[in-house]
Ligand binder design. Sequence first.
Ligand code: FES
Length: 310
Amino acid sequence: MQVEAGEVMFEIFSQTDNKKFYASPNSTILEAITKANIDHIHVCGGNARCTTCRVYIMDGLINCLPRNEKEKQLAEKLGFPKDIRLSCQTKISGNITIRRPVVDELDIEIVLKQFGDAPGTKLGQEKDLAILFTDIENYTEFAEALPPYDVVHVLNRYYQTMNEIIVQHKGVISDVAGDGILALFGALEDSKNPVLGAINAVHAMNTSLTQFNGYLNRMYDRSFGIRAGINFGKVIVGNFDTGMMRKISAIGDAVNSASRIETANKDFGTKLLISQSAYEEVKGSVETKKMHRTTLKGKSGEYVLYEVEI
Ligand code: FES
């Protein structure tokens, strides 16, 4: 804190600029930044509409006054963590350290695109999610036996069908690769029980295969089966934009484990396996068959998996 000509001033240290400057209790962080001759992006002119002026409060969050109504609305819409604040709306009552995450055109583009996201999307937050991996039984034989055009066409039909079901159960497809689908439950909106949502989605996906297989049989004399693995755990979820495609991704060990759990179906001849943590979320509401103790590829120690009938 500094006292300048009778006025109390609080210190702001910008790590991005390695610069120290001061804000009065009546000025916003944006006003203080601008006064310090730092070229801080604020596309909407400080009207709480664009969020490009956001700053990450690295230290001294307690010295930031609570969000005003305008900031609150935007923060809720975009699922901002507590320490991301709009500099154009935030005043301080003590010293803070900030980082400015939006520094160039590319950053502006990324930030503005976030307004197109589904409501409730949590950006860059750690969340407990149900992670579902599925793959198709008999896919390799199918892909080897048919011309590439037919394989792609059938897979597109499959993804289309499964996507609708996943969305109906409040999930979102995060990625597809070959015959594999990675879906997240609890990422887009808070569902009461994401694991239950994922299990119900697998049931519905399996049921829909009956109709799908009617088509496959008729057209190619083939049929598909589904295998799935579900894990529940903490992951970092966020929007990633590669320029050509945008997606909601989850990062964390729980995602890798979910993939291994799905693969374990091959060892046990099962269709749906869920982890211990997923089981804890649904015990009492979902009937499990056998319990399997196993190691998972790339993981140390022994894991307990529960078989669920589909
Ligand atoms: S400048 Fe647009 S929200 Fe702050």
